[in-house]
Design a protein around this ligand. Structure first.
Ligand code: MRU
Length: 364
């Protein structure tokens, strides 16, 4: 991804050779600010505060956080302590556990003196693999957009997306947005409806900013507008990301995704979910019953931050003092509402059979 003509990833190793740099996503779109992460505790705080967010990126951040604490103490106890601390940062996205498991499984058998170097190499590999996986998701998703565009180059394809599943949520490219970037670069005329995504507004603040940086035409809409637009034929397809997908294809994603899938189903609009296989939790089938849904602070609902005319940032209350608020961060879309899963290996049905055919190593 390029910002102001310069290529960026969403996480990198600083010039000191060991701390990590990230983009502070809580400041976007008003300011492009980077931050330094130098310990597992700092990585955990960055994930909790959503300075970094998005399932693949929190996995990558946790991997580097573990590396940093191992520099101080590479014992088994320190390895396990960093694992537990980072795992507790956010409960829903399964990539966090996946990345930490990858790290601990590779590091635990090694003598402590060999752990730090191996840990950094593995964290870098997790990042590089994520970039290549997202690029392949983009190539497979591009075919769907090409098909929707048909033969006419004048035909505009309208795509609705929810939350931010772009390069800011991954290491580069994104999941749901990767096919959109590739289609735009291939000269396909498209336009993206961007759900604002209350309460943290990842759509309005992050997705719209990303698309704008890449020159992709888009319009921010209120979360509740999607059904209306679908009824009027103004959405050709939905593409969203996911934080955890079950072995039968139930999809857990940012709160509000389920309602978009229901509206898409009622209006015969294809509803695609783009995901790296690191987001699949092969240990569960029923997403509604089994996926823990993060409940965040009520203030994320009752207060809002924005830019004032003098360029400063200001936080204001939008509810009466003391009004109780419930801030459920994710919901589960049942597989029956999902038209297809766009994975790094191709498009598959959101069914047990479809997923197992695409990933036969998980067939048993
Ligand atoms: O709470 P967030 O911002 O970390 O949630 C992220 C999402 O839900 C995204 O929509 C995304 O699809 C998952 S990450 C590619």
């Amino acid at each position: 991804m390029k910002i102001g003509g310069k290529a960026w990833r969403s996480i990198w190793v600083n010039s000191d050779g060991w701390s990590a740099g990230v983009i502070d996503q809580t400041k976007l779109p008003h300011a492009f600010v980077t931050a330094r992460i130098a310990s597992a505790e700092a990585a955990s705080q960055a994930i909790k505060s959503m300075m970094v967010r998005g399932a693949p990126l929190i996995g990558a951040t946790a991997a580097y956080g573990m590396c940093m604490d191992l520099r101080e103490d590479a014992s088994d106890a320190a390895l396990n302590a960093a694992y537990e601390l980072l795992l507790a940062a956010r409960p829903t996205a399964v990539n966090l556990r996946w990345a930490l498991d990858e790290m601990r499984t590779a590091l635990a058998p090694l003598p402590p003196a060999m752990r730090v170097q191996t840990a950094y190499a593995l964290a870098a590999k997790i990042c590089d693999d994520d970039v290549s996986i997202c690029e392949r998701i983009g190539q497979h998703g591009l075919k769907l957009i090409e098909a929707a565009a048909g033969k006419s180059s004048a035909r505009e394809v309208n795509i609705l997306t929810h939350c931010n599943a772009g390069w800011l949520a991954t290491v580069d490219w994104g999941t749901a947005l990767a096919p959109i970037y590739m289609a735009h670069d291939a000269g396909i005329k498209l336009h993206v409806w961007v759900d604002e995504t209350r309460p943290r507004n990842q759509g309005a603040s992050l997705t719209a900013w990303e698309l704008g940086q890449h020159g992709v035409p888009h319009t921010i809409i209120a979360d509740n507008a999607g059904g209306h637009l679908m009824q009027h034929g103004r959405v050709d397809m939905c593409i969203v990301g996911t934080d955890r997908t079950t072995a039968r294809g139930d999809v857990c994603n940012k709160i509000g995704t389920y309602l978009k899938a229901l509206a898409a189903f009622d209006n015969n609009v294809p509803f695609y979910v783009a995901l790296p296989s690191t987001t699949i939790d092969w240990s569960i089938e029923d997403g509604v019953a089994s996926i823990p849904i993060e409940e965040r602070a009520p203030e994320e609902l009752t207060r809002i931050t924005g830019r004032t005319p003098d360029g400063g940032l200001c936080e204001v209350d939008i509810a009466a003092p003391g009004s109780p608020a419930g801030n459920y961060a994710f919901d589960v879309t049942p597989a029956r509402l999902v038209s297809g899963l766009i994975t790094e290996r191709g498009l598959c049905a959101a069914t047990s059979a479809g997923l197992r055919k695409m990933f036969p190593e998980h067939a048993s």
